[in-house]
Design a protein around this ligand. Structure first.
Ligand code: HPA
Ligand code: ZN
Length: 350
């Protein structure tokens, strides 16, 4: 293992920004900035219940996950055409590249769009084209993960999978998101089993607001490879041991947890506890347009609030590459770049 050199607290924010990283938990609809929502509303003649960008932004005062989801789904109503999906993903990828993200695995919620009459093809083709262009024009690798909305039925999830079948070469895996409590992973056991047969990689949101039991069933019933959020695992010692032993990555989103009051005070965030228990935690932005920051803001703010160290920073970036669904050759290249960045930091090269 790489021996992390000593790095002073003053240099840590610059290192956090400069270090290469992968983002594994970003909902592309959650990257829609109010300015783009208004521009798309105008382009598509969609009426919005907000008079201005400022009025929309001032509605972003959340008390829990559901209070956020209500506004998040309303914001996505401006997306109608393939170019809209392209423009949204392009804007995110430009920002991600700026934050030294080398690889992004991007969630999208097709049911939010197909329910409004937008074709699956429109959604996937727009997002996929943005991912392809990002590779050549921004030097960032990007793949797509289709999420099923857990507040909807198993039948609706199966129907969504059916609609996505012609485009499976454009997605790397499937996930499970939306309202967690009351919608345990077991509800989607059969859909996930089918996705597994199709060769798709599997992840699920669990233990964001929901209990450790949901993390157990995501692992044992859905057979997921990563847990999105998973911060409630600290309440179950046996689960902590299982996650550490099996190197199950947690895609943690500090600013999201803060804004949705999972941790009302960011200083109380348990990211350090998870890492120190040997879990493969990563840092991600979740819904950056709604929670006040992209991936580097998540890193710098949670490090400042909880006094994490350069060693934690290295571990988080390393975990992000290891836990990604990229190939081994790419992982080794990215991990080499990571080491170089830490060495250059000591030499005060940036
Ligand atoms: N949790 C569940 N569903 C979501 C989230 C989240 O944080 N963001 C977008 N959909
Ligand atoms: Zn999420």
């Amino acid at each position: 293992m790489f021996k992390v050199p000593p790095i002073s607290a003053e240099r840590l924010p610059a290192l956090l920004r400069a270090m290469p990283k992968a983002e594994l938990h970003i909902h592309i609809e959650g990257s829609l900035e109010p300015e783009l929502i208004f521009a798309l509303a105008q382009r598509n003649a969609v009426a919005l219940p907000y008079a201005s960008v400022e009025a929309l932004r001032s509605a972003y005062a959340f008390t829990n996950l559901q209070s956020f989801l209500d506004i998040y789904y309303a914001g996505a109503s401006v997306l109608l055409h393939e170019q809209d999906f392209y423009d949204m993903a392009r804007a995110y990828l430009v920002r991600a590249a700026h934050d030294n993200v080398l690889h992004a695995e991007i969630f999208f919620d097709p049911q939010t769009h197909t329910a409004r009459g937008v074709a699956m093809e429109t959604v996937i083709n727009g997002l996929h084209r943005a991912c392809q262009d990002a590779r050549t024009e921004l030097g960032i690798s990007a793949t797509l993960i289709l999420c099923f909305l857990r507040h909807l039925s198993e039948e609706s999830a199966f129907e969504t999978l059916e609609q996505a079948q012609p485009f499976l070469d454009k997605i790397v895996g499937v996930g499970l998101d939306s309202s967690e409590v009351g919608h345990p992973p077991e509800k989607f056991a059969r859909v996930f089993a089918r996705c597994r047969e199709l060769g798709l990689r599997l992840v699920a949101h669990a233990g964001e607001e929901g209990p450790p039991a949901y993390i157990w069933s995501a692992l044992d019933v859905l057979k997921v490879e990563r847990i999105d959020h998973g911060v409630q695992a600290v309440h179950d010692a046996a689960l902590m041991q299982r996650l550490a032993q099996d190197r199950i990555a947690l895609t943690v989103c500090p600013l999201s947890n803060h804004k949705l009051r999972v941790f009302p005070d960011l200083a109380d965030h348990n990211l350090g506890k998870l890492l120190d228990a040997g879990l493969a935690a990563t840092v991600n932005s979740d819904d950056p347009a709604y929670f006040g920051g992209y991936i580097n803001d998540n890193f710098t703010q949670v490090f400042a609030a909880t006094h994490l160290t350069a060693k934690h920073a290295y571990q988080l970036a390393f975990n992000s590459f290891e836990a990604s669904f990229a190939g081994n050759a790419d992982k080794r290249t990215w991990e080499h770049k990571l080491k170089e960045t830490f060495e250059r930091c000591v030499e005060h090269d940036y």
